[in-house]
Ligand binder design. Structure first.
Ligand SMILES: Cc1cc2nc3c(=O)[nH]c(=O)nc-3n(C[C@H](O)[C@H](O)[C@H](O)COP(=O)(O)O)c2cc1C
Length: 170
C-alpha cells in the first residue's frame, strides 16, 4: 500500500504559499560603504523591543548591504509609502552602485536617509545573529523621523499593494 501524501507536509512550495499570505511593509535598508550610499529593499524589518529600543532586519549572508552595515556599524531603515514602488523595485534589482542615482537623500550620522520616506530610523548596529543563510541584524535606533503622512507600501501575495488606510476591518 502506498502512503498518501500528507497535505500538511512543509514542502518548499507549501511554505512559500504560506509566507505569501503574510502582508508586510516595505523598507529600504541603507548604509554607507566607501563613502557612498548603498542599500536594498527588505520586508523582514520588525520591532523587537521598545524599552530598550531594538529593531531587526534579516539579510542574506551574501547581501552587499549587509557587508556595508557590518563595516559601518550603523544602518538606516526607510519605510516606503505607496508612491515608492519604483524605489522598492530599483533597490531590489538594480546594480548596487546605481541604486542611489538621482535619489534624494541626506546623511544622518553618516547613514543615508531617503527623502520622502514615510518614516525612518537610524540605528547603531547592536549585533548580528547567524540564522541559516541569513544574518539577523539587530539595531538600536538612535534617530528617527516620523513626520511622513503617506499611506504605506505593502507587499502581499508576491505583489506590491496599497493599504486602504482608514478602512476598518470586520
Ligand atoms: C519586497 C522585497 C522584500 C525583500 N526583503 C528582503 C529581506 O528582508 N532580506 C533580504 O536579504 N533580501 C530581501 N529582498 C531581496 C533584496 O532586496 C535583493 O536581493 C537585493 O538585490 C540585495 O541587494 P544587496 O546585495 O546590494 O544588499 C527583498 C526583495 C523584495 C522585492
Amino acid at each position: 500500500m502506498t502512503a498518501r501524501p500528507d497535505p500538511g507536509a512543509v514542502t518548499g512550495p507549501a511554505l512559500r504559499s504560506v509566507l505569501r499570505r503574510w502582508a508586510t511593509g516595505v523598507a529600504l535598508v541603507t548604509a554607507t560603504a566607501q563613502g557612498r550610499p548603498t542599500g536594498c529593499t527588505a520586508s523582514s524589518f520588525t520591532s523587537i523591543s521598545l524599552s530598550p529600543p531594538l529593531v531587526l532586519v534579516s539579510l542574506d549572508r551574501g547581501s552587499r548591504t549587509l557587508a556595508a552595515i557590518t563595516g559601518a556599524g550603523a544602518f538606516g531603515i526607510n519605510l516606503l509609502g505607496r508612491h515608492h514602488r519604483d524605489l522598492a523595485e530599483r533597490f531590489a534589482t538594480a546594480p548596487a552602485d546605481r541604486r542611489f542615482d538621482g535619489v534624494g537623500h541626506r546623511l544622518v550620522r553618516e547613514v543615508p536617509v531617503v527623502d520622502g520616506a514615510m518614516a525612518a530610523l537610524v540605528c547603531r548596529l547592536e549585533r548580528t545573529v547567524a540564522a541559516a543563510d541569513h544574518l539577523l541584524v539587530l539595531g538600536q535606533p538612535v534617530w528617527c523621523d516620523q513626520r511622513g503622512t503617506a499611506d504605506p507600501l505593502v507587499h502581499f501575495g508576491s505583489h506590491y499593494q496599497c493599504l486602504a488606510v482608514g478602512t476598518p476591518s470586520g
